[in-house]
Design a protein around this ligand. Structure first.
Ligand SMILES: [Zn+2]
Length: 470
């Protein structure tokens, strides 16, 4: 089963041997007594341990008997700035409008440059510790350069970009100066952080979306994405307010309006889409577009994902369904395994149909589909020869991992990110025995607490509790 075999043994940097590998390759092979070999940042062989042991000579051999190896997970919507340092500040009886305008906007404005860098690293740490190796940012609030610096230091793979918009809901005019500035911002960051080979962190045009962008800005963002061979991301229709506004303002629903503008395509990813109707699902499917389903925010924000969300229909009609974990005040964690569990379960229950989103399909959403949405299907999302050495070692010496009979079932229905023992990105073991090797976790936890308290103080917002704190 080795992809490369020759008469003499070839040197490689390291091998993991005697393990179980969930490859996510074209045949979806699960290899027992498996091995994989890495040189530099690339997987050079995957197969049976006996074969690789004969064909390859590794400088380091890792005993994998304790592990199940999967591809690194791909989180397609995560707010790495603006919320991680104030996680769980907002109570869980807060509606969408109050959450955004009374809580999140003042918090976002209270973050300093140093806060955004720390926040990005902290979000990346939580993702890595729970098995996510690549992510698509929801949009840096203000300070992209220190964010990229912090992400580069920790070593995660990601696509980032500063939030762009050109009018606010209060001011529904279309100021051309604001549009020009927003387009210039997008163009400039794409030039600074190009998605060329070898760049772990690169920029995308990322719009806030909703009702914050003019048609000109939507079109410009799509054109820039096409020119730079990247994607374009935006929030849309978590609640009924977006379709209502587009119907009132443009006489069409959001996806209809954007399709008429030529502003959506196979490189478009919408976050939420809970209130897309059948016509919008058809339009997005027609262009081969992507959706980031953030079940965790729908649950806490009462969006109606299971009541009105057409996610099973999106999957059936060929929209690329992916999974995100959104922001820390309407979805308070970035463990994509927990979010994958929700995708697998919510629609089974809501539709009383156990065939919806089987475990294997949910795992595809968390890996291959995410890779495709990030425009990186040829580089990540599976454990195959030639792909980046981004993978996760799940620790089976834990109660939720034993006994082990069906590994797809185990990954989705039993395990979660707590069992992630080790994580490699670009061939570097960034998590080793549950600890980050690139940054000092204890320092981060202390800094996050003090920075979070300072942000809350500057924002003027209260720290609420329904129970007396004595
Ligand atoms: Zn979001």
């Amino acid at each position: 089963m080795t992809a490369q075999s020759s008469g003499s043994s070839l040197p490689v940097d390291f091998m993991i041997v005697d393990t179980m590998i969930v490859t996510m390759d074209a045949q979806r092979r699960i290899i027992t007594d498996g091995a994989l070999a890495v040189t530099g940042n690339v997987i050079v062989a995957v197969g049976k341990s006996a074969d690789l042991g004969r064909d390859y000579r590794a400088r380091t051999v890792i005993d994998g008997r304790r592990f199940v190896i999967t591809p690194g997970l791909v989180n397609t919507h995560v707010h790495i700035t603006g919320e991680p340092l104030t996680k769980s500040l907002v109570l869980d009886d807060t509606g969408f409008e109050e959450n955004v305008f009374q809580w999140l906007v003042p918090i976002h404005m209270a973050y300093t440059e140093a806060d955004e860098r720390l926040s990005a690293q902290f979000a990346a740490l939580e993702m890595l510790r729970s098995g996510t190796t690549s992510f698509l940012e929801a949009g840096t609030i203000r300070f992209l350069d220190p964010v990229v610096d912090g992400l580069t230091e920790i070593g995660i793979r990601g696509r980032v970009g500063q939030w762009a918009w050109d009018f606010s809901p209060e001011d529904q005019s279309y100021p051309s100066a604001a549009t020009d500035a927003a387009v210039a911002l997008l163009s400039d960051e794409l030039g600074r952080y190009p998605a060329k080979e070898g760049q772990r962190i690169a920029a995308w045009p990322i719009l806030i979306g909703h009702m914050t962008c003019s048609g000109e800005l939507w079109q410009a963002a799509k054109e820039l994405a096409d020119q730079h061979a990247v994607g374009v991301a935006a929030h849309m229709s978590p609640v009924q307010a977006d379709p209502d506004w587009y119907l009132h303002k443009h006489g069409r629903r959001p996806v209809e309006y954007l399709a008429d503008l030529g502003a959506i395509g196979a490189n478009t990813i919408f976050t939420h889409g809970v209130h897309f109707n059948d016509d919008e699902v058809g339009l997005l499917a027609g262009v081969g577009g992507n959706i980031s389903h953030c079940a965790t925010s729908a649950l806490k924000g009462a969006y109606g994902a299971t009541a009105v969300g057409r996610f099973p229909e999106m999957q059936a009609r060929g929209i690329n369904v992916t999974i995100g974990t959104d922001g820390n005040n309407n979805s308070n964690y970035h463990d994509l395994m927990r979010a994958t569990y929700l995708l697998a379960g919510l629609f089974k229950d809501a539709r009383r149909d156990p065939t919806l989103f089987p475990a294997e399909q949910a795992l595809e959403c968390a890996t291959l589909n995410g890779a495709k949405a990030l425009q990186m299907a040829d580089q990540i999302g599976s454990i195959e020869v030639g792909k980046k050495a981004d993978f996760v070692a799940h620790d089976t010496y834990r109660p939720e991992w034993r006994p082990l009979f069906n590994v797809a079932n185990q990954l989705v229905w039993s395990a979660d990110g707590r069992g992630v023992h080790s994580v490699w990105v670009d061939g570097v073991r960034i998590i080793d025995d549950y600890r980050c090797t690139t940054i000092d976790e204890d320092r981060i936890y202390a800094e996050v607490q003090s920075a979070g308290e300072a942000i809350v103080a500057r924002s003027g917002l209260p720290i609420k509790s329904r129970w007396p704190v004595v």
